[in-house]
Design a binder for this molecule. Structure first.
Ligand code: NAD
Length: 295
């Protein structure tokens, strides 16, 4: 029998980690919890601060209002003019901290040039800081205390766990170490007792380090950085990158991973779009409910 006529085994292909489906399940849980709180007269509400008229921030606020509305969370947008300075923005944040009815606060970025974003973020009451941007909340994450955890980090770890992998002792490599994405992801993986390597743009021979990973998180913000030579066969790969590109193939969103190369090798792979993005939004909604439940 010639080998040409033998059936070839199908190329292996990673199971997609469906962020949209996972997010839908989170939203269903959130909706039920919102209704319970509403019956008790404590309907959750998200108070967002938007300074100036940045187009992306405006679009984000509009989509946030719609998303909150779908699960029954009220959305209040507090606007300040683009010439607002530190004192004015800090004053509004402190006012929201003091308001008993306000349970969840978030700050749209960017702030006007010259205003220290981290200084403003560190003013948000840690119990109302639903994006987890106050350094106090990062500290709580490190200590394993009950706290509001940055939404993207929560999304990534829940997506990894959705594959059924037991993280204890697993070799995890996180590519990218920003304060709001890469570092909290690494800490959450450490909390799950994984063996974690945090890498950044200065890490030598990153593909070789990544190839050892049973779980690989790509969060460098570099389009198409991770290729076939970075991935161990069967690994769980989560692509955090979001990049809007427009070329001959048209306008589309791509990630930090070359999906065409990695999908035949990985065991699980999160798509872009439809992966970490929708789950991050769902985690913000869940943080709003958790903040409201704590009263
Ligand atoms: P950032 O620029 O603040 O940090 C990037 C990190 O990656 C740094 O630690 C840097 O040292 C590292 N890095 C840069 N180039 C590298 C390279 N070549 N090799 C290894 N490490 C490298 O970015 P960020 O805010 O952490 O965002 C990262 C990505 O995640 C971006 O694409 C962003 O759009 C995306 N993001 C997605 C969501 C979501 O909801 N899916 C949320 C937040 C951020």
């Amino acid at each position: 029998m010639s080998s040409a006529s033998s059936p070839q085994p199908p190329p292996s292909h990673a199971t997609p980690i469906d962020g949209k489906a996972l997010a839908a399940a989170v939203r269903a849980d959130v909706t039920a919890r919102v209704e319970k709180l509403a019956v008790a007269g404590r309907r959750p509400r998200l108070d967002a601060v938007l300074v100036g008229g940045d187009r992306s921030a405006e679009l984000y606020a509009e989509s946030q209002a719609r998303t909150c509305g779908k699960v029954g969370i009220e959305y209040v947008l507090h606007r300040l003019p683009s010439d607002a300075g530190y004192k004015e923005i800090a004053g509004l944040v402190l006012l929201l901290n003091a308001e008993e009815d306000v349970r969840a606060v978030m700050l749209h970025l960017p702030l006007p040039a010259g205003v220290d974003t981290e200084r403003i973020q560190s003013l948000i009451d840690p119990g109302k800081d639903v994006e987890g941007v106050n350094p106090a909340n990062i500290g709580n994450v490190v200590y394993g205390r009950r706290s509001l955890v940055p939404c993207t980090a929560l999304a990534v770890v829940e997506m990894i766990e959705s594959t059924g992998i037991d993280l204890k002792g697993k070799r995890c490599v996180v590519v990218g170490a920003s304060n709001i994405v890469g570092k909290p992801i690494a800490v959450l993986l450490m909390r799950a007792e994984a063996t974690v390597v945090s890498t950044n743009k200065f890490t030598d021979d990153l593909p070789a380090i990544a190839r050892d990973a049973e779980v690989l998180v790509a969060a460098a913000g570099v389009p198409q950085l991770v290729g076939a030579d970075w991935v161990r066969p069967g690994a769980v790969v989560v692509d955090v990158g979001i990049h809007r590109v427009e070329d001959d193939a048209g306008a589309r969103t791509i990630g930090d991973v070359r999906h065409d190369e990695v999908a035949p090798i990985a065991g699980h792979l999160s798509p872009v779009p439809g992966g970490v993005g929708p789950m991050t939004v769902a985690m913000l909604l869940r943080n709003c409910v958790e903040a409201a439940e704590r009263v």
